[in-house]
Design a protein around this ligand. Structure first.
Ligand SMILES: Nc1ncnc2c1ncn2[C@@H]1O[C@H](COP(=O)(O)OP(=O)(O)O)[C@@H](O)[C@H]1O
Ligand SMILES: CC(=O)N[C@@H](CCC(=O)OP(=O)(O)O)C(=O)O
Length: 296
């Protein structure tokens, strides 16, 4: 493909403007949480994969943690099982856990690995069971998280939280110039699998890897007010207020909590960005303003 002189000048200008950002992030770890809702069409999936490969090519260390909630939901539906959530967490009985493991560890993980590899990267897929990467324990959930007047403990099944992360396998892959692609399945002390919200895993992975940035790709422009305005630069107190008044609910709850915790844990900045926008990751990394909601 040959460019017109004007188009070539534009490409040269864009590359020159990207140079300070390339210098700033070279050698730094960027954890990208790729939500199931952002995996909506082939063009977007390809633009995501190209962004990840470009990051690696210019010397950043991208680490992908993916979700797949809608993909789990559609297989459950085909099997005649209804999806149920409590405070953004899927109620996971044994049968559902099998489906979660098949969809996240199998279909979705391998689709992302294949996409990145087709675009010239070398991705390796892992679940939290590989190399004992994500050790989990059962998530204790109280009905205070719902509307019950008298809070009690509720059992949402094989849902886990991260107990610890052993990132040695991720470090090895990064040193070998591979791009790790992690499915959010943890392993308990007894060897059982736990279904963990992908945002929680991404936040903890970012902390343990001392990431420069945590990018959470989702299906909204960022955190929105009740009036639909984009909210950014929020303090933890303001976030608590927005949770209390119901502005932040459902899947946004774990997302915002893990974005805050990652920053408290040493990640420089967390960003909630719109994965439905082509090259969302590049726009975030290569501009001063970025897009979406910044927490840092
Ligand atoms: N204040 C808010 N701003 C934006 N989205 C919100 C807010 N509160 C709840 N949400 C919901 O959170 C969803 C994103 O979470 P989720 O569905 O879990 O996405 P993902 O699959 O990307 O993790 C949005 O699509 C929206 O329905
Ligand atoms: C406990 C829990 O809810 N786990 C999630 C794991 C996948 C996920 O987080 O996917 P998204 O990022 O696409 O929402 C689930 O079963 O849907």
């Amino acid at each position: 493909m040959s460019l017109t002189a004007e188009a070539a000048t534009n490409v040269a200008r864009v590359l020159a403007e990207a140079l300070p950002y390339i210098r700033r992030f070279r050698g730094k770890t960027i954890v990208i949480k790729y939500g199931g809702n952002a995996m909506v069409d082939e063009e977007l999936k390809n633009s995501f994969a190209r962004d990840v490969v470009l990051m690696k090519t210019v010397g950043f260390n991208p680490v992908v943690v993916h979700g797949g909630g809608p993909q789990i939901g559609s297989l459950l539906e085909r099997l005649g099982k209804e999806s149920r959530f409590v405070s953004g967490m899927r109620v996971t009985d044994s049968e559902t856990m099998d489906v979660v493991e098949m969809v996240l560890g199998g279909l979705v993980n391998k689709e992302i690995v294949t996409l990145i590899n087709r675009h010239g990267g070398s991705a390796v897929g892992l679940t939290g069971k590989d190399g004992d990467l994500i050790r989990a324990r059962k998530l204790q959930m109280s009905s205070a998280a719902t509307d019950d007047a008298v809070p009690k403990n509720i059992d949402i099944g094989h849902v886990g939280e991260v107990k610890s992360i052993d990132a040695s396998v991720v470090d090895l892959l990064v040193q070998g110039d591979f791009i790790p692609v992690i499915a959010p399945i943890g392993v308990g002390e007894d060897g059982h699998s736990y279904n963990i919200n992908a945002d929680l895993v991404a936040g903890k992975v970012a902390e343990v890897l001392h990431a420069e940035k945590l990018l959470l790709l989702t299906n909204t422009r960022g955190l929105l007010s009740k009036e639909g305005e984009l909210l950014t630069g929020l303090s933890p107190t303001r976030v608590d207020e927005l949770i209390a008044d119901g502005t932040i609910h459902g899947g946004m709850l774990p997302k915002i909590r893990c974005a805050l915790e990652a920053v408290r844990g040493g990640v420089t900045t967390s960003h909630i960005i719109d994965g439905r926008v082509k090259h969302a990751v590049m726009v975030e990394l290569f501009t001063d303003e970025g897009i979406g909601t910044l927490i840092g």
